[in-house]
Ligand binder design. Structure first.
Ligand SMILES: [Fe+2]
Length: 268
């Protein structure tokens, strides 16, 4: 998996238009993904970059992965995607049980060509993708797949310094499921309103695009961001979706802990 390679969907586009929808951490939540894709379509945005964790936790890993293969121009490997591929490392028992169930779903649902396409796609995902001043990762610039950068890390000067020295200008990431912007002043800015706009100012920043399928900032709505490469702004979007339906599917799946449904309803 070369660091500079990018996996392109069958019909996904990349790098030619003005706006890119940045989605991350879908986690097998098809209701949330559909709502976000509808919102993207309504804005006539045709380029979608996915920053990883398509699967894991949620009840529809096959539907989400098959859809992402079709619509995403760029997809980055997430730690849960990696866990579906290889023996997982550092997962708690609930997450681990979900990984094994997810792996079984990907392996057993669909025809042989469909199943092979899933594994081929996951197996070739890059860990980073760079487009000019824009770097795309799942976790962080230092450890693209696994490192968390939480809002409270702004108080860890050593960590912030280590991350910012590695960033050329803008690093787009996910993984924590908490949207917001880390500025070079070591501040964390939360997108408090719908359509919160952050102006890229020519100073380095780390931008967390939030989570489509399992938000953890207290707001249960699906979250994603739109990068306008001409105006140099990032707009955070929050989208309503029927999270009760997704939770109900989780409650009806013995291998998925009920807690995974409960947390969707609280956005935590
Ligand atoms: Fe995640």
């Amino acid at each position: 998996m070369g660091a500079d390679r990018a996996r392109r969907g069958k019909s996904g586009r990349r790098g030619t238009g003005v706006k890119r929808a940045l989605i991350s951490d879908i986690h097998g939540n098809y209701e949330a993904l559909k709502a976000v894709l509808d919102d993207i379509r309504e804005q006539s945005i045709t380029e979608i970059y996915c920053l990883g964790d398509i699967v894991g936790y949620g009840p529809n890993p096959c539907e989400c992965l098959d859809k992402i293969i079709d619509v995403a121009g760029i997809t980055i490997l997430g730690n849960h995607d990696q866990a579906a591929l290889f023996d997982p490392d550092g997962f708690n028992p609930v997450a681990l049980q979900a990984v094994y169930w997810t792996r079984d779903q990907l392996e057993s649902r669909g025809t042989a060509p469909v199943i092979n396409r899933r594994w081929d796609y996951l197996g070739e995902l890059p860990r980073t993708y760079c487009e000019g001043e824009h770097l795309f990762v799942h976790g962080s610039v230092r450890d693209p797949t696994n490192e968390y950068v939480f809002p409270e890390d702004v108080y860890n000067q050593r960590k912030m310094d280590a991350l910012f020295t590695r960033i050329e200008m803008y690093c787009f990431q996910g993984h924590t499921h908490i949207p917001g912007v880390f500025t070079s002043d070591r501040e964390f800015i939360s997108p408090v309103d719908m359509d919160f706009v952050f102006q890229l100012s020519g100073r380095p920043a780390m931008i967390n695009v939030g989570s489509v399928g399992q938000p953890r900032d207290g707001d249960p709505r699906a979250c994603y961001a739109v990068l306008d490469t001409v105006e140099e702004v990032v707009t955070f979007r929050r989208i309503d979706y029927p999270f009760g339906e997704t939770a109900e599917k989780i409650y009806n799946t013995p291998d998925l802990d009920d807690m995974l449904g409960d947390r969707l309803q609280g956005g935590r």
